[in-house]
Design a protein around this ligand. Structure first.
Ligand SMILES: Cc1cc2nc3c(=O)[nH]c(=O)nc-3n(C[C@H](O)[C@H](O)[C@H](O)COP(=O)(O)OP(=O)(O)OC[C@H]3O[C@@H](n4cnc5c(N)ncnc54)[C@H](O)[C@@H]3O)c2cc1C
Length: 340
């Protein structure tokens, strides 16, 4: 546990932004975290908690203390007839954890294969893909309060999960460090293949007996063909959330844009794919310098090499404005912007 000054974050964010942290340290236990948080540089703040860095955009150097969570551990803490309760350290790699569950026939997160990042961040935005969200398997988490130094347990209800949202992105933003997350996995699988191209991919794979292993493989195949690998092209996955549009406003939009896609959301709103809106504004495949809008999926903003975080942010701003001008819809960024 060593505090480093002016530490490069280049290899700690999937956008590949070459920003620096004024102070940087790793921690691998709650005790180490407590010790680091009692240092004057932490007390004076600001403190930024880093997981895998796959959902952040660093728009400038971080003038504060960056603490990288490396608490590991996977433990089955309880079992009943139908479920396994698995407690994991926040620094565990999410996809490796999914693979561990899939290999052991612990069902529930196979649709969430290949999402980058760590377990500690999984409740932050209630990660989701292919019809499954963390809230479906979440049991509880432990978090350390940065100022009070208290340890608190959050249940499913306490987390206020919504679409790419939780209390940790709003009410408690920047207040807690999530140290462990406990998931409730199923002993008997409930296959979820209705979303996206899973069925098609399973057919292509020649799958005869459906299993969580086959679903995980199908999801991995689809994701690898659609999304850029951050090791090759810097990105943070979907940059924007799919907007929820009031049904009345949507009907008006449909008259002007009859092919506008949508899917059900709640009683009064429908969801519109943000990627479609961005594509209609002509951004797909756009590139300015090294900042761009991915050619296979307009929802993903990319760094082709040496773009600054601010250049990517400016591009996102132009996209937001053009979608607003054409459709009167305000997109919301899914990626956490650091430094604005
Ligand atoms: C190619 C690609 C595909 C993706 N696909 C998906 C997808 O399908 N679905 C989806 O939901 N997301 C997706 N993402 C986004 C991302 O992988 C997830 O949001 C992931 O959970 C982020 O984890 P992380 O550890 O990298 O978080 P980081 O980027 O390190 O942090 C994200 C935020 O959480 C905070 N944070 C992180 N860890 C902690 C902690 N322990 N305690 C308190 N705060 C913390 C950080 O301060 C920051 O605000 C994708 C990203 C990429 C690059």
């Amino acid at each position: 546990m060593q505090v480093q000054e002016n530490h490069s974050l280049l290899h700690f964010n999937s956008f590949g932004i070459d920003a620096k942290a004024k102070y940087f340290s790793r921690f691998s236990s709650r005790e180490e975290l407590a010790e680091l948080l009692s240092l004057p540089i932490a007390v004076q703040g600001p403190v930024f908690i880093l997981g895998g860095g796959s959902n952040i955009l660093l728009t400038k150097d971080v003038d504060g203390f960056v603490l990288k969570n490396e608490i590991t551990g996977i433990e089955i803490i309880r079992e009943d007839e139908d479920h396994l309760y698995i407690k994991t350290g926040a620094g565990e790699n999410w996809h490796s954890f999914v693979m561990y569950c899939v290999q052991n026939n612990y069902a529930g997160i196979e649709n969430l294969s290949l999402i980058p990042g760590n377990n500690g961040a999984s409740p932050m935005q209630n990660i989701g893909a292919y019809g499954v969200e963390i809230k479906d398997v979440f049991y509880e988490l432990e978090a350390f309060h940065i100022h009070d130094k208290s340890i608190e347990t959050f249940t499913l209800e306490d987390c206020g999960f919504g679409y790419r949202d939780s209390v940790f992105k709003n009410k408690y933003k920047g207040q807690f460090v999530i140290t462990t997350v406990t998931y409730r996995l199923n002993k008997k699988p409930r296959f979820n293949t209705s979303y996206g191209a899973i069925e098609q991919e399973l057919q292509k794979m020649g799958t005869k007996d459906l299993s969580i292993q086959a679903i995980a493989q199908a999801v991995m195949n689809i994701r690898s063909s659609k999304l850029p690998d951050p090791k090759e092209i810097g990105n943070a996955g979907s940059f924007f959330k799919n907007p929820a549009v009031n049904k009345k406003d949507f009907e008006t939009l449909q008259k002007e844009f009859p092919s506008i896609p949508f899917f059900p959301f709640d009683e009064v709103r429908v969801k519109v794919p943000a990627g479609w809106l961005i594509e209609q504004c002509g951004w797909k495949g756009y590139r300015k310098g090294d900042a761009g809008c991915y050619s296979k999926q307009a929802l993903v903003l990319v760094n082709y090499g040496y773009a600054s975080g601010n250049e990517i942010y400016q591009l996102s701003e132009e996209i937001l404005q053009s979608v607003k001008a054409k459709f009167n819809i305000e997109l919301e960024r899914e990626v956490n912007i650091v430094g604005k």
